[in-house]
Design a protein around this ligand. Structure first.
Ligand SMILES: [Zn+2]
Ligand SMILES: [Zn+2]
Length: 225
């Protein structure tokens, strides 16, 4: 469903920072997170060719999620795109954009509930004391849950796995205080739902076979054509 510009965490060589995109229609793109490696991926793929509207959804402010947001926004302004930045705390997002040296008033900075093109709702995550969110989205009739970085899976998601088509979940190979481990994921997700779970944000040396053996999927960085 979603395509990935990177699938790794903060310290990654090949995998790049985790970030996903989706063409909402022929002129509109949704981009989730813009870590340090992501602006280059956008440029290398000519991702914004023929695009008029971009909606940038941000999960939290670690630099592997917003590290190249400033450059991307400069570029969106240069291309004259209609640019929405979506985050529940609008004021703090405006401050960040101003600190990037941009005038935040030229962008449309809104909360998830104010997105008109598709349905999106935030779910608060537990991630290193910081304000971090996952999102529940409705895209082309499919229900998609994107976790962002987190130590938990919200109860609401666990209780409604039957109604969700795609889950994109932050995982770590081993126990870690700010991310969910594969063994925690194994405990939380009944076997019949595991093929909906697409693991992401994994370090380069993660044992992907272990993830697969347990019945989960994992996302790969999209090849550049
Ligand atoms: Zn991260
Ligand atoms: Zn993080």
């Amino acid at each position: 469903m979603l395509k990935f510009l990177g699938v790794g965490g903060a310290f990654t060589k090949e995998n790049g920072n985790t970030s996903a995109y989706y063409y909402v229609d022929s002129k509109s793109i949704l981009l989730i997170d813009v870590g340090e490696s992501i602006f280059n991926e956008v440029l290398n793929r000519n991702l914004l060719d023929n695009i008029e509207n971009i909606c940038i959804l941000i999960t939290h402010f670690h630099s592997d999620h917003i590290g190249s947001l400033g450059s991307l926004l400069f570029y969106c302004d240069y291309l004259n795109l209609s640019t929405k930045i979506v985050f529940p705390n609008v004021e703090i997002m405006k401050t960040i954009i101003n600190l990037f040296g941009l005038d935040s008033s030229i962008f449309n900075i809104i909360q998830p509930k104010d997105v008109k093109e598709f349905k999106v709702r935030e779910l608060r995550q537990v991630h290193d004391q910081m304000e971090a969110y996952g999102y529940l989205l409705k895209l082309d009739g499919k229900t998609v849950y994107y976790s962002g970085d987190t130590k938990i899976i919200p109860t609401e998601i666990l209780e409604h796995l039957n109604a969700i088509d795609y889950v994109y979940q932050d995982v770590r190979d081993s126990d870690y205080p700010h991310h969910l481990s594969v063994s925690e994921l194994e405990q939380l997700i009944p076997f019949q739902y595991r093929d909906k779970i697409n693991c992401m944000h994994y370090p380069d040396n993660t044992n992907l076979n272990k993830i697969k053996k347990l019945g989960f999927k994992y996302v790969r960085k999209e090849e550049i054509k």
